[in-house]
Design a protein around this ligand. Structure first.
Ligand code: AHG
Ligand code: MN
Ligand code: MN
Length: 349
């Protein structure tokens, strides 16, 4: 029957993430395999967190953990759990020299049994994105990015190794714990998405070479903050709602950055988290959220801006820095002359 046939072809034609990683590593003549091992560790941690997320409601994992993170946000139990799993997996395998996480005040120096200072990569992450959605059975995610350290190999990492502009990323990705669990990542050669078959715990290449369409018809923004937005953003929202040509656009906002961008990448759209009188610097974090998502968005042919500059060219000044964020389909982000929407510009010309 058709179901059996589809299943048969799925297994016949789809590579596993493991196979894909090895194939890609072999494409680089001088690859040491370190980056592959990092992606492998993230793959493992993602499976553990996915398993836990799927049991939310059955085990004691929903709700607040009773602590606040450095940014004054209430930590959820799953924030803390996911943070520990990703950090422990990376530390146990002794493959990075440092880790920075949205949930930790400071970066972590990894000192392994055989001098892990010799490793050359640092990982930055938002272990659980969309915390407010955990308790209501809506998609959440994990975001990660990988940089080559700046300070000499063999010495402990310093802040400088983490405060690098996004263009220095060697890999970035996200995991989405949705109707299915997916791992989507880039090493600068396009974006590929893998779907977890939970029955056997294997990720399969399900979305090869993901691409943003140049135009889209979805805009994603928390309109509850409308009155606090800059005038240019208000004008752009009205432009999206105007009946003309392919407009009005449709509005979709999940409240999990990973899920909102994942949907827009598949369907075409723009995601906006602007500055507002409530959040003068925006809400999203440059290092843990905006840079990795920008790398993926650009690799998929889209655009990511803080309203004036390319996100990935910003020089970070602190670990938990926030920035306004406009990203998605190229033409939607570029659109800036209509209704004086300079905030959507992404370039100064
Ligand atoms: P986190 O759960 O890691 O703190 O991130 C939440 C972020 C992002 O995922 C989402 O797009 C945004 O906050 C939603 O913010 P609002 O509730 O202000 O719209
Ligand atoms: Mn987040
Ligand atoms: Mn988070």
């Amino acid at each position: 029957n058709t179901d059996k046939l589809c299943c048969y072809y799925f297994f016949q034609s789809n590579k596993t993430l493991g196979e894909f990683i090895i194939e890609n590593q072999n494409a680089f003549q001088y690859s040491s395999g370190e980056l592959s091992r990092i992606i492998n560790s993230i793959r493992l941690a993602a499976k553990v967190v996915s398993y836990k997320v799927n049991k939310a409601g059955l085990v004691d994992i929903v709700g607040a953990a009773g602590e606040r993170n450095i940014q004054g946000e209430d930590q959820q139990k799953l924030d803390v759990y996911a943070n520990n799993i990703f950090i422990q997996t990376l530390i146990n395998r002794e493959i990075v020299c440092g880790i920075a996480s949205e949930e930790n005040d400071d970066f972590i120096t990894v000192e392994g049994s055989d001098s892990s200072h010799n490793n050359k990569y640092v990982v930055l992450m938002d272990p659980l994105d969309g915390s407010s959605n955990i308790d209501v059975n809506v998609s959440v995610g994990t975001i990660f990015s990988v940089y080559r350290r700046i300070t000499p190999i063999g010495t402990p990492v310093t802040l400088e190794d983490f405060l690098q502009p996004g263009i220095n990323q060697v890999a970035a990705g996200y995991v989405i714990y949705g109707t299915s669990t997916m791992l989507v990542y880039t090493t600068g050669h396009g974006v590929n998405g893998f779907t977890l078959n939970p029955a056997i715990g294997t990720f399969y290449l399900s979305h090869p070479n993901m691409q943003f369409s140049e135009d889209g018809n979805i805009y994603s923004i928390n309109e509850g903050n409308y009155v606090h937005f800059p005038q240019g953003v208000k004008d752009y929202i009205k432009y999206c709602q105007l009946e003309e040509g392919d407009r009005p656009y449709t509005s979709r906002y999940i409240g999990s950055l990973v899920s909102d961008i994942h949907r827009n990448m598949i369907k075409g759209g723009i995601y906006i988290y602007p500055t507002s009188s409530k959040a003068p610097k925006g809400k999203l974090r440059l290092l843990y959220e905006c840079n990795p998502m920008s790398f993926i968005v650009e690799q998929a042919g889209g655009k990511a801006s803080d309203g004036f500059n390319r996100i990935m060219e910003l020089q970070p000044t602190e670990l938990h820095e926030r920035v306004p964020f406009f990203c998605g389909s190229m033409n939607m982000v570029k659109k800036r002359f209509v209704y004086n929407i300079i905030y959507i510009a992404g370039c100064k010309t």
